[in-house]
Ligand binder design. Structure first.
Ligand code: BGC
Length: 490
């Protein structure tokens, strides 16, 4: 595929003359710390491929490579009505999806509920009660009729889970800043089903789904070239289809070697040992002060949850190491609050269209109560570009590693998540990195094309529930815990 390719992001390097000499040094230090050149990208991808392979073995490695029991792509003719529950990082969404006869078509009704921040670090009971409240409210609003038949639910639970069965998942560890006691190491489906039963809700979990697997399946529903589903959002991760024969940790099950199975990589955990990733001192602080130090090394350098914090830590470091150099005589106490800034702060700076960066002036004033000089704003802009560019280039390494491992020369990648959809130039920067890593000719930037995905945690979850029931009907029981139970949904 040779295309015109995405427009290259504009660089403001030309505006460096506006920066006084004393800020040039710190800017150069940031450039050195955050720039990941082509040879480093290739080194990262080489290591990444080995780690993906290791994750598929019995011994395992850092990257869990979770077997999802999603056994193949939809053919576009799936049918039926399903509920989808999406427990993402920020919102909880309930959808009812009817897959219609027409190939690739569906109807959707949905409600979104803001997840209270306290839930992230609350108790397991509060979490399940909250989820049940949302489901109950949804059912009461949309199903006033009595005696409705059991509705199959696709539960998108976007955290690493070991799945021995498709409707089962033991939480390996919380990610994305969640820290709810008593859930890690346990199957998350029984407590949900218990509370649904207690409330008399006619819902049964047909499949536990990761958002990446949902994205992969939803995107493949309408595009046969889709080979990978990615999330670049609060967290990062990808899923792709493997053959059972290439998954040594499944060998004991004696399944047909050519049977497809989706693998949820959980590659946010790539390089937890810090062998190859170019960590800065800010990445080290983020890891040290996080609820799970030593975990999710790759995610902590690339995901939306951390970009604002990296930026904040870099500015605080400059304030402390060069007193009076920036924000002279300003009260910087707000800037000292961990996680005060999110990725949208950097995105807004990068999008500031004004030559004197007047939107950035307003942002610093309103969010941080800091009055900036133009030179300080130029520094903030460059720092945002560096952090955003590093995130995009490192993110491309995960995609390149899967393509390399699977010998994929050309494909579509379905992507979702706030960083992909909202962060300026993320796609173009990632495409440029893919070109460097995979040695494409200069005029090719889309051989592996990362495209906005279909709704993975809604439509994808419904499709996975449909695919699961379809194969129960056909007698393919790999990864089905209780056939009789599943049959109540047919
Ligand atoms: C989770 C993954 C998820 C990703 C994107 C990570 O923190 O561990 O399961 O797919 O975030 O939401």
């Amino acid at each position: 595929m040779v295309g015109l390719g995405p427009k290259q992001p504009p660089s403001r390097k030309g505006s460096m003359h506006e920066v006084p000499q004393d800020l040039l040094g710190p800017i150069q230090d940031f450039e050195k710390a955050f720039t990941v050149d082509k040879s480093k990208l290739k080194e990262i991808v080489n290591h990444f491929v080995k780690e993906l392979e290791k994750g598929l073995t019995v011994e395992g490695g850092n990257i869990p490579m979770n077997v999802t029991w999603v056994m193949g792509f939809p053919d576009g003719h799936e049918e039926g009505t399903y509920l989808a529950l999406d427990m993402g990082g920020t919102n909880l969404r309930v959808c009812e999806i009817t897959l219609t006869k027409e190939k690739g078509a569906f109807d959707i009704t949905q409600s979104k509920y803001k997840m209270p921040d306290e839930l992230r670090t609350g108790t397991a009971e509060e979490l399940w009660e909250y989820i049940a409240d949302c489901l109950q409210q949804f059912i009461e609003t949309h199903h006033q009729e009595k005696n409705i038949a059991k509705i199959p639910l696709g539960f998108t639970f976007s955290y690493p889970a070991t799945q021995e069965y498709v409707d089962h998942g033991i939480l390996q560890r919380w990610t994305k800043g969640f820290d709810i006691d008593g859930v890690e190491g346990k199957d998350v489906v029984p407590p949900l089903e218990e509370i649904l039963k207690k409330r008399g809700l006619p819902i049964k979990v047909a499949a536990l789904i990761n958002d990446t697997t949902g994205t992969l399946i939803a995107s493949a529903y309408t595009d046969d070239a889709m080979k990978i589903g990615c999330i670049f959002g609060t967290g990062v991760n990808a899923a792709y289809m493997e053959n059972v024969g290439s998954v040594p940790k499944l060998a004991h099950m004696n399944l047909p070697a050519d049977m497809p199975v989706a693998i949820n990589c959980e590659y946010g955990a790539f390089d937890n040992e810090h062998i190859v990733l170019p960590l800065t001192k800010y990445d080290e602080i983020i890891d040290r002060d996080s609820p799970r130090p030593g975990q999710q090394a790759f995610e902590k350098m690339t995901a939306g949850l951390y970009l604002g914090e990296i930026f904040r830590l870099a500015l605080v470091d400059l304030i402390d190491s060069h007193p009076g150099l920036i924000f002279k005589n300003q009260d910087v106490s707000k800037l000292r609050k961990p996680y005060l800034l999110d990725a949208s702060f950097l995105a807004n700076i990068e999008e500031d269209p004004f030559e004197n960066l007047s939107n950035t002036l307003d942002l610093f004033k309103s969010e941080l109560n800091i009055q900036t000089t133009e030179a300080e704003r130029v520094l903030a802009r460059r720092l945002s570009e560096l952090i955003g560019t590093r995130a995009a280039r490192l993110s491309a390494c995960g995609v390149a590693a899967i393509c390399t491992k699977k010998n994929i020369d050309s494909c579509h990648v379905g992507a979702d998540g706030s960083v992909f959809t909202k962060y300026p130039h993320f796609k173009a920067r990632g495409a440029k990195a893919l070109q460097e890593i995979l040695d494409w000719p200069a005029n090719v930037t889309d051989r592996v094309d990362i495209l906005a995905a279909e709704d993975g945690s809604g439509v994808g979850a419904a499709l996975i529930a449909a695919l699961t029931l379809k194969r129960v009907k056909a007698g393919n029981l790999a990864g089905i815990r209780n056939m009789d139970d599943m049959k109540t949904l047919l």
